[in-house]
Structure formats: structure tokens, C-alpha cells
Design a protein around this ligand. Structure first.
Ligand code: ATP
Ligand code: MG
Length: 387
């Protein structure tokens, strides 16, 4: 029955002169995501994106995909008809009758929109004519304030679209429009959520994970599984897994236990900075939340972030743990995040970690670390995995 999907953008509408750039990016992203789905043309029309539905289009599958593409505010399954009210009336009623077979709805309202300003009838007249026909030919009654079904009758340049079955998207901006960021992903609950938040702001994420090689390898799958889940938002991802064993030995030999975590996280940023150079990324993403754990006190964050050569974005910084958990459940990373996994951090946790680190002291202690050679070798050899 449906012939088109009508996609509305989110913040792109605010973009003034840059709007075509954002629109093109969204069209390209949608095209890429729908590559394996049977469907017709995909094009921009009057501030919307339209996808043609063909006989074999799997609507359930398409819905699942579009729901997660950053930049989409909402989308509708629609029918198209000639700009002839008699035909529009019949099509609208047919669509409603099909829909009401499975949906228990009682009231409706017609919302006419005219992008073709030359169309002979004004919106209130279209509302009245189609409304009356629906009233006479279905069991629905009119409620203009809180209708169960809001039926859009959109008079476009070429034809008319009728639609009411709305699905909300995640909004934000199309992936790639704001550049690349390196996300430090730990396997915990927070960092995947942070990556998702920056995906919504149009950033393409490159993942970097630091791993102690001596631990058995189930961990690798966990990180990969998380990245796979996040691919729903950004398409294919690059993942760098950086072996951390050698650094860890150096840290344990030279840094007092209470400062190890701080130095560890500083080294992470230095190495991630090298990956950023390779990837031409312009910042980092972490799952830090202020004072959630010892490494996240204001003093420690200051000392840790001081080691980075690019801005660090921590979108969860003002969120409570439960709020973060709620999002991780919504984006389906929670069940993977809570699987047991010993990352290298767990080895470095002190009984009484420093909570008020002093940069001068940390810099002095770091002087004894012989890590430059190890770092150079690792960075020269490391290759990302595409997931
Ligand atoms: P998460 O739930 O994401 O693990 P957390 O609350 O456990 O976060 P920490 O372990 O202190 O917090 O880590 C803070 C942030 O540091 C993480 O969100 C992540 O961005 C980064 N991080 C920690 N460990 C690693 C790791 N092994 N590899 C890459 N990044 C890491
Ligand atoms: Mg962690």
C-alpha cells in the first residue's frame, strides 16, 4: 500500500546557507545505510528526503535502520496520489481502513500542507473536504486538539502525499558533518554511551582501546561487540586495539600506586594523540562523569586532560550513573557492557588512589618512565580493524 517514506530532518533546518551541505551528507548516509535494502529512488524534495518503496521493500527492516541514523527527526510511511481531491479522498480512506484493521484509534484530524502555493484550494478548505470524506467513510470522529491520528495531506510540486504513521528518529546532525573524533572505549558502560552522544552531534568516531595482552582474549570480542552495536549509528567503524602491557610494567616500576591510574590515563591520551594525527581527528571522546570514580575528581581530570594535545569531549560529565545506564539500555550496549571483563585499568587500581593529583609531582614522576621507544614502535606498527 505504501509507496514512499517521507523523512524529516532535525537541526539541519537551522543551518541557513550551509543547509545543502548537511542535506547532502544526510542523503549520502541514508543511501549507504540502505545499500542492502531493496528500495527505489532516494532524493531531496521541498525540505524533506523521500525514499521510494518498491514491491520487495522490507518496511520493518527499513524502520529499524532509519530510527538510528543521526540527523533524522522523524519519518512516515506515505502514499502518493495525483493532486486531485477526489482521488486523494479515496486513497486516504483506503489507507485508514487498512491501518484500522490492526490499530484501535478513534479520532482524527486532517493537517493539510501546501508546498505548491499555486494549488487552487487553501489548507483549511483541503482540511474540510478530506475531513468530511473520512468522517463519512470510516468510524473515526474528529478531534482537532488531541487526535489519535493526525493525517497529513501534503500538496507537493509534482503530486500529493498522505501520511500519518510516524516514527521518531534520534535527531541531531548527519555523521561526518562535524569531523572525526577519537573515542577512548573501555568496555564499561560509560564510554559507548559517550560515543553515541557524539555520533548524534555529527562526529564520525574512531575507536581506541587499550588492552593488556596477558589477559585472555575474550575481551577483544567484547569491545568489538560494543563497536558493532554502535555501527547502527555511524556505519562501519575503525577500531585500534593498543597493547598496554609494556607501559603497565613501566608504570608499576616507577609510579607510586596511588598515582598509577592518573599516569596511565595520561599515557592513553598521548598515544591516542598519535592515532588522531594518523586519522586527522580533531578531538577525543571519553566516558568521564565528574567525580564518579577517583580518576574523575576535578583535580585529577585537570591533571589527566593536561596530557592531551587536542580538546577532550566528555558528554557524560554532568550526568548521573543511572541516567547513563538508561541511555546504554536504550542503545542496547548495556548487556554487553556489564559482561565481566578485566581491562588494564583493573590492574592499576590502588587501594587508596590519589583524588587530588598535583601536576608538578606527576610530571616529575613521569620523568623516570622509558616509554617513548615502546610508544613509537607500537604506533608505527598498529593497524586498525574495520568492524
Ligand atoms: P567506563 O564505564 O566507560 O569504563 P568508568 O566509569 O569505568 O567508564 P574509568 O575506568 O575511570 O571510568 O575510565 C574513564 C574513561 O577513560 C572511560 O570512559 C574511557 O573513555 C577511558 N578509558 C578507561 N579505560 C580505558 C581503556 N582500557 N581503553 C580506552 N579507554 C579507556
Ligand atoms: Mg572503565
Amino acid at each position: 500500500m505504501y509507496s514512499h517514506i517521507i523523512i524529516h530532518y532535525d537541526e539541519i533546518t537551522l543551518k541557513g546557507g550551509n543547509r545543502p551541505f548537511f542535506e547532502r551528507a544526510l542523503v549520502n548516509n541514508i543511501r549507504e545505510f540502505l545499500k542492502e535494502i531493496e528500495c527505489g529512488n532516494l532524493y531531496r524534495e521541498g525540505g524533506k528526503i523521500i525514499v521510494e518503496i518498491v514491491k520487495d521493500t522490507d518496511l520493518k527492516k527499513i524502520k529499524k535502520i532509519l530510527k538510528n541514523i543521526p540527523g533524522i527527526s522523524n519519518f512516515y510511511f506515505a502514499v502518493s496520489e495525483k493532486k486531485d481531491l477526489e482521488k486523494i479522498n479515496k486513497k486516504t480512506v483506503k489507507l485508514l481502513q487498512d491501518y484500522l484493521k490492526t490499530e484501535d484509534k478513534k479520532t482524527f484530524k486532517i493537517e493539510a500542507r501546501r508546498s505548491d502555493k499555486k494549488f487552487e484550494l487553501k489548507s483549511p478548505q483541503i482540511n474540510a473536504i478530506v475531513g468530511e470524506y473520512v468522517l463519512e467513510n470510516t468510524k473515526l470522529t474528529v478531534d482537532v486538539h488531541h487526535p489519535d491520528i493526525e493525517i497529513v495531506v501534503e500538496i507537493g510540486q509534482k503530486n500529493c502525499y498522505v501520511y500519518f504513521e510516524k516514527t521518531s528518529g534520534i535527531g541531531g546532525l548527519p555523521i561526518g558533518t562535524t569531523g572525526k573524533l577519537i573515542s577512548l572505549i573501555s568496555g564499561g558502560i560509560d564510554s559507548p554511551v559517550a560515543s553515541y552522544m557524539m555520533n548524534k552531534r555529527g562526529a564520525k568516531i574512531i575507536f581506541v582501546h587499550f588492552k593488556n595482552k596477558t589477559i585472555n582474549d575474550i575481551g577483544n570480542d567484547k569491545i568489538k561487540d560494543l563497536v558493532k552495536k554502535l555501527n547502527r549509528f555511524q556505519g562501519k567503524s575503525k577500531l585500534y586495539i593498543i597493547p598496554f602491557e609494556e607501559f603497565q610494567k613501566e608504570i608499576i616500576a616507577n609510579i607510586p600506586s596511588k598515582n598509577r591510574m592518573i599516569v596511565y590515563r595520561r599515557i592513553m591520551f598521548k598515544l591516542a594523540g598519535e592515532i588522531a594525527k594518523k586519522e586527522k581527528a580533531k578531538g577525543f571522546v571519553t566516558g568521564d562523569s565528574l567525580s564518579q570514580v577517583a580518576s574523575q575528581t576535578l583535580e585529577n581530570i585537570n591533571v589527566i586532560y593536561n596530557a592531551a594535545n587536542l580538546p577532550i569531549f566528555s558528554p557524560l560529565i554532568g550526568m548521573n550513573k543511572q541516567e547513563i545506564i538508561d541511555i546504554s539500555k536504550k542503545i542496547n550496549t548495556y548487556d554487553i557492557s556489564i559482561l565481566p571483563y578485566q581491562d588494564c585499568c583493573s590492574f592499576l587500581i590502588a587501594k587508596h588512589p590519589e583524588t587530588k593529583a598535583d601536576l608538578k609531582i606527576i610530571l616529575k614522576q613521569e620523568k623516570n618512565l622509558k616509554i617513548n621507544k615502546i610508544a613509537e614502535k607500537i604506533i608505527a606498527e598498529i593497524k586498525p580493524e574495520v568492524i
